[in-house]
Write a protein that binds this ligand. Structure first.
Ligand code: GLA
Length: 760
């Protein structure tokens, strides 16, 4: 670490410890540049740059996040007497105020009265406030990790990733705040995390800790967030940023259906393919907070981190507290490129393990096929029919354990209902394997039913507040995952089943919010929600380590915990309990803003749809489900007529032909479903050799105009042949005027066009 005394008469001089120059895609640049003279730290990715400086008073000032550039951007700062403004006592200068300068890590206590990222309280005196000044920095090869928390990781041979650690210090509390920056040059991604280290002799309480912020000095921006509810997750919403603050959050203990921990700020006129856009994604699965605030000087602050409601984290002497990671990216080619940057980094450097790059098996799930009403025999029958269709995996969903035949009981009793299954899980798995399918299973490890042996033995393991009436959700309580003994018990129970059975897939569900926040294991209840999430991650990690080739699909009443934190443990997530193909268009397109479609679980289900009662053609249900890397079926196929079975066989075949493209291709939202007429999307192979364009007719307008679809991202100056029509198209024309769909379109009909580049 390089330490400096703050100088009052200019920028703090920094030792030169820049990383070495690298060459990427014919570009030579240095991922981290420390400029001694200007006291700036500059982070470079292939197409972006991020800069901060240490000013003459030792405060860390944010300067720039935009297109890649060399040079010093401290010229963006302006100093003038702003009337009533405060200064730290040693600053005898009315033109200087932390309330107007762009902050890299805004904290409560020295005069920045905008929305702070950090609030700390001295436990002994109860006094709030700190004075964080620059102390030093370190440049570290590779990308930092966060013990116990998910984070972007780097492949050192390929990524040229670097870490910058900037250390801020508060003298009175003897506290360091370490700002961690992960530079992922090839991904155009910069990550942030924060460590608060108590070096003093008394406990401090972290009252608020946000991980990332960007202070924009000026600009007319929109903010995009993704709201929803059970069955209708991640609806995109976009609004102009006006004076005041706008925030989204979760106070539900999980990242939530209601607001996704993902936020975009973009030029007010940004489109899919033009304009500037910045985003933040929280790599965390619990309570979060994200906000934009336009201040008195028309400056905009964007920030994201832990929600400070029901939160207060004690940090004892010698201990540290970590603010989970935020992934940031920037695009000056609109929202499409922003999403593509996130897709690549999440798919390749958040998702891990055996299944990361592999095409996932086509599955059939028992839930919408038979809900709780199944037996071992009926599942084997389903497997036989599935085998006929080319389906590769049968998932036994909820209802296989304890005496659970409805949602009133047995969570926590993870041993099989042998009567229902006709034997053990291992025996049933073998029967399904003998049919020729892999076997998968459902768990809800964090939950407990009052009617369970586990609850009867350990009622204190449920999160409940002593003396207060309990709050139930789907008739169930939540286990106190912050307690190791609780996690150990559930892990052992899971091993008891999974060690012996040939289980290729596990669905990890979580069907209620956390409301009674009280752990019998601590007197600091303000830490419980955070410790719960770390406990969840610990259990997930143990399962992942013990069964490294098992495909784990996350789920939370559908997509109530669809976040980058979960994707570190579960490379796919059930997107929504709504399987209606038309609703799914919006849900999936909304999800695609922040997450790769390869991570979305998407299934064909029966019609009329169980939730919306809408009927759509089987082909269309397939077209929509094939947007996801977790493609499958969720209906009783033993009851389908032969023509539909034949269509499913064709669908499964078509899926296999393009599955690699869907897993790893670049994704384009061509026509958003909000147009209400048509929705279209596209996958293009990285080398441009092929593309899959899909379109669904949402509504038909009388004697309407033809609908054109305009593909993007093809190789210019080349030609593509369409497999379905045999027509050869010049790529430049395709990407300019597009091609028309059939003149007579029918509501809910859909199309898939598989283009291959014609090689000269
Ligand atoms: C949740 C899931 C469903 C299904 C049920 C089982 O609602 O989202 O897919 O697994 O639980 O109870």
């Amino acid at each position: 670490m390089v330490e400096h005394e703050c100088k009052r008469d200019g920028a703090v001089p920094l030792d030169d410890a820049s990383t070495t120059e690298v060459t990427l895609q014919d570009c030579r640049f240095t991922p981290i540049v420390v400029n001694q003279q200007d006291a700036t730290f500059t982070l470079h990715t292939l197409h972006t740059a991020y800069q901060m400086c240490v000013d003459r008073y030792g405060y860390l000032i944010h300067l720039y996040y935009g297109p890649r550039t060399e040079g010093t951007m401290n010229y963006v700062l302006n100093f003038c007497d702003r009337g009533q403004a405060s200064q730290p006592e040693r600053v005898n200068d009315r033109t200087y105020s932390l309330d107007s300068l762009p902050q890299e890590f805004s904290f409560q206590g020295m005069g920045d009265l905008r929305n702070p990222m950090f609030v700390v309280r001295e436990a002994t005196t109860g006094a709030y406030g700190c004075d964080l000044q620059y102390r030093g920095y370190e440049v570290i090869d590779g990308k930092y990790g966060l013990p116990g928390l998910p984070a972007v990781y780097s492949d050192d041979a390929k990524d040229m990733a670097q870490t910058l650690k900037v250390i801020l210090h508060d003298e009175r509390l003897d506290m360091d705040v370490e700002l961690l920056y992960g530079v992922m040059p090839t991904y155009d991604v910069i990550t942030r995390a924060v460590r608060v280290v108590n070096k003093g002799g008394a406990t401090i309480e972290v009252k608020r800790l946000h991980t990332a912020s960007i202070d924009f000095m000026h600009g007319d921006f929109d903010v995009m967030t993704f709201f929803g509810r059970h069955g209708m997750e991640r609806m995109p919403t976009r609004a102009r940023i006006e004076h005041g603050s706008f925030s989204i959050m979760s106070r539900r203990g999980e990242s939530s259906h209601q607001y996704n921990p993902f936020m975009i700020v973009c030029d007010y006129d940004a489109t899919e393919s033009a304009g500037q856009a910045w985003s933040m994604s929280f790599v965390y699965s619990g309570n979060f907070y994200a906000a934009v605030e336009k201040d008195q000087f028309d400056q905009v602050r964007m920030q994201m981190g832990l929600n400070d409601e029901l939160f207060s984290y004690p940090v004892a002497p010698g201990e540290a507290f970590v603010g989970p990671e935020v992934i940031m990216t920037y695009s000056n080619e609109g929202l499409g490129l922003l999403s593509q940057n996130l897709h690549r980094v999440i798919r390749q450097r958040v998702c891990r393990g055996y299944w990361r790059d592999r095409v996932r098996p086509v599955l059939i799930n028992s839930w919408e096929a038979s809900y709780f009403d199944f037996t071992g025999d009926s599942l084997v029958e389903l497997a036989k029919k599935a085998k006929e269709c080319g389906i590769e995996l049968l998932v036994m969903d909820d209802g296989w354990f304890g005496h659970r035949d409805d949602d009133m009981s047995s969570l926590g009793d993870w041993y099989p209902n042998k009567k229902k299954l006709g034997g053990t899980v291992a025996e049933l798995a073998k029967r399904v394997n003998d049919v020729g399918l892999e076997f998968g299973i459902w768990y809800e490890p964090e939950m407990i039913s009052e009617d369970s042996d586990l609850y009867r033995a350990h009622p204190d393991w449920a999160l409940t507040v002593p003396g207060k009436p309990k709050v139930l959700g789907r008739h169930q309580l939540v286990l106190d995952m912050s307690r190791k003994e609780v996690r150990d018990n559930i892990f052992q129970q899971m091993c008891g089943v999974l060690d012996d059975a040939n289980v290729a897939y596990l669905k990890w569900d979580c069907n209620r919010s956390l409301i009674d926040i009280y752990s019998r294991d601590t007197s600091d209840q303000g830490r419980v929600l955070y410790d719960y999430v770390l406990g969840l991650y610990d259990l997930l990690e143990r399962v992942h380590e013990r069964y490294p080739e098992m495909l784990i699909e996350g789920c939370a009443g559908g997509g109530g915990r669809f976040d980058a934190g979960m994707l570190y443990y579960t490379p796919q997530i059930w997107t929504s309990d709504t399987t209606d193909a038309i609703n799914r268009l919006t849900i999936q397109a909304g999800t695609s803003f922040g997450y790769p479609t390869s991570t979305m679980g998407c299934h064909v289900s029966e019609v009329p749809n169980a939730i919306t009662r809408r009927s759509t053609p089987l082909f269309t249900r397939g077209t929509v489900a094939m947007m996801g890397g977790g493609f499958g079926y969720e209906l009783d196929i033993t009851k389908l007529p032969d023509e539909e079975i034949d269509l499913i066989k064709q669908q499964v075949g078509a899926y296999h032909e393009t599955a690699e493209l869907v897993m790893n291709g670049r994704f384009y939202r061509l026509v958003p479903p909000e147009t209400n007429r048509l929705s279209a999307w596209e996958f293009v192979a990285d080398d441009g050799s092929e593309a899959l364009v899909s379109a669904v007719i949402i509504d038909v307008h009388g004697y309407g105009v033809a609908s054109y679809v305009v593909p993007r991202g093809l190789t210019p100056d080349s030609s593509y042949v369409c497999k379905e029509t045999g027509v050869i198209y010049p790529s430049n024309a395709l990407m300019s005027v597009g091609f028309p769909l059939a003149p007579i379109v029918v509501p809910y009909e859909s199309y898939q066009f598989h283009f291959k580049r014609v090689e000269a």
